[in-house]
Design a protein around this ligand. Structure first.
Ligand SMILES: [Ca+2]
Ligand SMILES: [Ca+2]
Length: 179
């Protein structure tokens, strides 16, 4: 299925601005450290706990994987033009992004039962920069009977958000408006 080029560009801009945690219009290592710190703070997690350190490491690895394919002039900065020219695909996300997604959902799974409570899901996703209506909509879509979301379902939605070009996956629900 072909994708409308304008739709694709809008999606890429939304993703890019979400990753640009300090909002200066460029992606750098510090944006990903900032992201990890914000998520940690939103959940009241100890930044020196094993889960918080795993998230910091996951964010760093995600940035390095992204920079490896996108930073074409090698200056340690990924501009929107560089990002849009080399968008990570599914295999790339599995290798470089899945540690980030797994660490993020594990941190939000406070009691380690594989399920995330509504409060923690919302705190984490709004800390990343997603708008509350989209976060609530995604939670409702992913939630199981007990009113909680499994870390597996959430990880899959995170991947879908960053790699899919379809408008019809739960992860893509987050991209219905620019961040
Ligand atoms: Ca930035
Ligand atoms: Ca660059």
């Amino acid at each position: 299925m072909s994708v409308d080029p304008n739709f694709r560009l809008t999606r890429l801009r939304a993703r890019f601005s979400l990753l640009d945690a300090n909002g200066d219009g460029r992606l750098r290592a510090e944006d990903f450290a900032l992201l990890a710190g914000r998520v940690c703070a939103s959940l009241g997690a100890d930044p020196n706990s094993a889960k918080a350190l795993a998230l910091a490491e996951g964010c760093r690895a995600y940035w390095e994987g992204l920079a490896a394919i996108s930073d074409s002039d090698g200056d340690g900065i990924v501009t929107f033009q560089e990002y849009a020219a080399a968008v990570p695909d599914s295999d790339h996300f599995d290798e470089h992004g899945s540690p980030y997604a797994r660490a993020l959902t594990a941190l939000a799974d406070i009691d380690d039962d594989g399920q995330v409570e509504h409060t923690d899901f919302v705190a984490c996703m709004t800390a990343i920069g997603f708008a509350l209506p989209q976060v609530e909509q995604l939670f409702a879509t992913l939630a199981s009977h007990g009113g909680r979301v499994t870390t597996d379902a959430w990880s899959a939605a995170i991947k879908a958000y960053y790699v899919s070009t379809s408008a019809h996956t739960p992860g893509q629900m987050l991209a219905s408006e620019p961040a």
